[in-house]
Design a protein around this ligand. Sequence first.
Ligand SMILES: NC(=O)c1ccc[n+]([C@@H]2O[C@H](COP(=O)([O-])OP(=O)(O)OC[C@H]3O[C@@H](n4cnc5c(N)ncnc54)[C@H](OP(=O)(O)O)[C@@H]3O)[C@@H](O)[C@H]2O)c1
Length: 316
Amino acid sequence: MQKNLGKVACIFGASGFIGRHLIRRLIKKGFRIIAVTRSPYLHGHLKPLGNPGQIDLEKVNLFDEERLRILIKSSDVVINLVGILYETKKQKFEDIHAKFPDLLSKLCSELNIKKLVHISALGINETVSSQYMQSKLKGEKNIINNFNCSVILRPSVIFGPEDKFFNRFASIAEFLPILPLIGGGLTYFQPIYVGDIAKSIMAVLEEEEINNNIFELGGPQIITYKELMKILLKEINKKRFLVPIPFPFAKFQAKILQLLPKPLLTVDQIEMLKYDNIVTNKYPTLKDLKINPKTIESVLPNYIWRFRKGGQFAKL
Ligand SMILES: NC(=O)c1ccc[n+]([C@@H]2O[C@H](COP(=O)([O-])OP(=O)(O)OC[C@H]3O[C@@H](n4cnc5c(N)ncnc54)[C@H](OP(=O)(O)O)[C@@H]3O)[C@@H](O)[C@H]2O)c1
């Protein structure tokens, strides 16, 4: 891609939940996009988000250093949205969340890229025992060590049309008379709308002075897992028993469920649920980016209706 026709953003993990929302905003600002994916033939739907030629889909192995060098060299800014929720035989947290950010940030430094924006996760610190969290922490440290012009964003759980939180529990409620409250459902979250994540990325890209900084991104509500399930059930107009499951029993169930090809629950996710997922106020937040976040109630009804008894126009 030629650089002289407008700014170029290279997005790793562009085909995912955040990627699709971010691409729309970048396109509006006139960016041209290199969308990195393992399967361009499955993600042709990204191309019409831009004008003809504005979005390039590139099939790349994340550890093919020479290919990465070529793509990064053609870019002004780099955004890393690559992440996994559970490990498989081929995909390990260490590789995806720690080694790849290490390589990426080294290349960004070598090639003098203007900015690297990396999406990490809220709630990470040395004491959290989850392997997901530890690998994310390692990734952050690698980036900070390697490249000054980097910005790390740590979001809480993200909601929006294709989210893996409300959609997953709503689909469980389709066939089960209960919804599980792991650990009693007492863990606090600060859910944030995917559009506000895309806005945050745009804000840090546009700001000249934000370098080597960590932002914690949480929405306007601090709310327990149990309260979230109640909001969901109200919106889908279903009555389900909310059944508290103690952590040790949930862990036992997860040991079995994580054997599925696409696990509903893993032991590592149970570990994460032991810790609140809210901003600590030790780092800048959405307020510093001048973003007024959307509430769950203002967004959830717009997409979760497909699980609602009676459909989109059913009276609640
Ligand atoms: N969604 C949330 O609630 C949430 C909350 C906190 C933090 N985050 C973090 O935010 C980032 C983006 O989240 P998301 O929800 O947009 O994730 P997502 O929808 O699962 O998308 C992840 C992307 O990672 C890419 N990917 C996964 N494994 C890969 C591999 N081995 N090689 C190359 N690409 C690979 C996939 O691209 P292809 O399949 O096209 O190759 C996919 O587009 C992740 O780092 C995630 O941990 C998300």
